[in-house]
Design a protein around this ligand. Structure first.
Ligand SMILES: [Zn+2]
Length: 392
């Protein structure tokens, strides 16, 4: 769920929307304007219903944003870098780059989202009651009443103790505190997420059979997403458990062969790869001072037509500097993982004082995970990659 459109920054946090948000926005808008609001007032004009529906839907997405912003701000206060917030089909995601330093921080980051939704729900509900009390129109009471209800439903649903829901993070934090081990806590919370996902799929299928409409299908979709996301989290927790405590320097390939950007691809193949018979499958592209400006891989070379090799320089087809993860030798391997990009097939260039000293490759990492699994069954630290919030 990457952002399709960037909306801007709120309190220094980047906010974007994925195009799929249009799907859920339209569903809510149409549902409010054509079903919900006409029910409360038979004489309601079509125009008024649509205006109220639009305002309601916009206020709902603002509430969702407030929920995600709360996660992001508390994460940042606990020293975790925040990549941004994205609203999408199933609600919102606060993308965090790193892990909570301790169970208390984990709990605060996860818990503040549902807390904000709950407070918003109570506030909207109070406004609805006050409006009804002072005899305001049924439509305005309905708009605020719906906003109150939906925020409380959002808070309660997200508190289900199943990752990647907030409740799953809270469960993880509690188990982490009790057992003193984050990896097993994260695995338990992720397993609960898979179970809850399957339950939703089952309930959704039942609903689809017995109650016509989109509700059942929607529940199946959410259940499916939860199952997939929880599976990925479990896998991630195991990986991080295996790599816990390892530094980049422990795993990297030292002193890789580097190449200048103006060398032709033909010369690279001849002089660097065939003649020297070196075992590298990627070469950092450097300037005169051995500072990295890119990375070229055998896969990039393979994708070039053979008759183009003399006319093409390394710089033409290398991954550029901003597509490559740069890591320090003392950095934790788990901290680098979220930055690895696809251009260099998941490799990172390791630099010391700006100069290339190594390459970290997925093969190095995968080998270490296998060794760790054989060695100790895989325990240690783990990470939060993001917080996903789901609209029921
Ligand atoms: Zn949340």
């Amino acid at each position: 769920m990457n952002e399709t459109i960037r909306l801007g920054h709120i309190a220094g946090v980047r906010v974007g929307v994925n195009w799929t948000v249009l799907v859920i926005f339209s569903l809510i808008l149409v549902g409010l304007a054509t079903v919900q609001f006409p029910l409360v007032d038979e004489d309601l004009s079509t125009a008024a219903a649509w205006v109220a529906g639009l305002l309601g839907a916009l206020a709902f997405f603002a509430s969702l944003l407030a929920h995600e912003l709360a996660h992001a701000l508390v994460a940042r206060r606990n020293g975790i870098e925040v990549e941004g917030i994205v609203l999408w089909l199933f609600g919102g995601v606060a993308k965090l780059q790193g892990e909570a330093p301790n169970p208390e921080a984990d709990l605060r980051i996860a818990g503040v989202g549902p807390l904000v939704s709950l407070l918003l729900g109570l506030a909207f509900g109070a406004v609805a009651i006050a409006l009804a009390w002072f005899g305001a129109g049924a439509l305005s009471v309905a708009v605020f009443g719906w906003l109150g209800l939906i925020n409380i439903v959002l808070a309660v649903f997200n508190l289900v103790p199943a990752s990647p829901l907030d409740g799953g993070r809270i469960l993880r934090a509690i188990l982490w505190q009790l057992r003193g081990d984050r990896t097993t806590a994260a695995i338990t919370a992720a397993k609960a997420g898979r179970v809850f996902g399957f339950i939703l799929i089952g309930l959704g299928l039942l609903q689809a059979v017995f109650i016509p409409g989109l509700g059942g299908l929607w529940m199946v979709l959410i259940g499916w997403f939860l199952t997939v996301a929880a599976g990925a989290e479990e896998q991630q927790a195991r990986v991080h458990g295996s790599l816990g405590g390892l530094r980049v320097a422990d795993l990297m390939t030292h002193d890789p062969v580097t190449v200048r950007a103006d060398v032709t691809v033909a010369a690279l193949l001849d002089e660097y790869i065939l003649q020297k018979r070196n075992r590298f499958s990627a070469f950092p592209v450097v300037d005169d001072d051995q500072r990295p400006v890119g990375l070229i891989t055998l896969n990039r070379i393979k994708s070039l037509d053979a008759d183009q090799r003399r006319a093409t320089t390394v710089g033409d087809i290398a991954c550029s500097g901003d597509e490559i993860a740069i890591a320090g030798p003392e950095e934790a391997v788990t901290a680098v993982l979220p930055r690895l990009g696809t251009c260099a097939d998941g490799r990172a260039i390791v630099t010391h004082e700006g100069r290339v000293v190594g390459i970290l490759s997925p093969t190095d990492i995968a080998r270490m995970i296998q060794i760790a699994e054989v060695w100790q069954g895989g325990t240690g630290g783990s990470t939060v990659r993001g917080i996903h919030d789901i609209r029921p």
